[in-house]
Design a protein around this ligand. Structure first.
Ligand code: E4P
Length: 217
């Protein structure tokens, strides 16, 4: 399973990259705004900065919502760096845009996936990744993991190449459950990734080993 980090914060991307487990980065307009980035030039520079830190795919989301504007914007984003993945919302014009980029050999990430039918359409249009939003479904008492399972079954039935990128991760348990179901990728905030490290028995065991190592001279 690939690990992407879901942030536009350069320090956190650097920290995950330094850990040696990072396979890519996802961003969205809200995450970019959180970093105080605004204006086309600053946004484009930020994407290039992210590509220079991480050595995996970097999802950059289009801000427009019509087919013509999305393909113009996506072409510009894709030209910024060879590892940019154009992130497109799951709307009718978005499906057309996915097909356009797929035909051109440009990688895409179809975002805001909340149903199996949406994931099926995105795969038919040739999306490289689909992003089902686990946490946002759980937030409204709908089982987000069930959606990942449904998409897994559908993609396996028809051998779609589209990768399931589980998004809107809220906890280390989300990551573990996605791994059990067979999501191809998870994209997570850094704290949930780092929380996978933690176990009280590891901490107490290490404290004991360190104490005993002092007796060894
Ligand atoms: C996906 O690519 C999105 O950036 C993201 O995972 C959304 O997560 P949120 O629901 O925590 O905003």
């Amino acid at each position: 399973m690939k690990f992407f980090i879901d942030t536009a914060n350069l320090d956190q991307i650097r920290e995950a990259q330094d850990l040696g487990i990072l396979d890519g980065v996802t961003t969205n307009p809200s995450l970019m705004a959180k970093e105080g980035i605004s204006g086309k030039e600053a946004i484009n520079k930020h994407y290039v900065d992210i590509c220079n830190i991480s050595d995996g795919d970097v999802s950059a989301e289009v801000l427009s919502t019509t087919y013509e504007e999305m393909i113009k914007e996506g072409d510009e984003l894709a030209a910024l760096h060879e590892r940019i993945v154009v992130k497109i919302p799951m709307i009718k014009d978005g499906v057309k845009a996915l097909k356009y980029f797929s035909d051109k050999g440009i990688k895409t990430n179809c975002t805001l996936i909340f149903s199996a039918g949406q994931a099926l359409l995105a795969a038919k249009a040739g999306a490289t990744y689909v992003s089902p939003f686990l946490g946002r479904l759980d937030d409204i008492s709908v089982d987000g993991l069930n959606l990942i399972e449904e998409i897994r079954t559908i993609y396996d039935n028809y051998m779609f190449d589209t990768e399931i990128l589980a998004a809107s991760i809220r906890s280390p348990m989300h990551i573990i459950n996605c791994a059990k179901i067979g999501a191809d990728v998870i994209t997570s905030p850094l704290p949930s990734i780092l929380n996978l490290l933690k176990h009280p028995l590891t901490d107490s065991g290490l404290a004991q080993f360190v104490a005993d190592s002092k007796k060894l001279g």
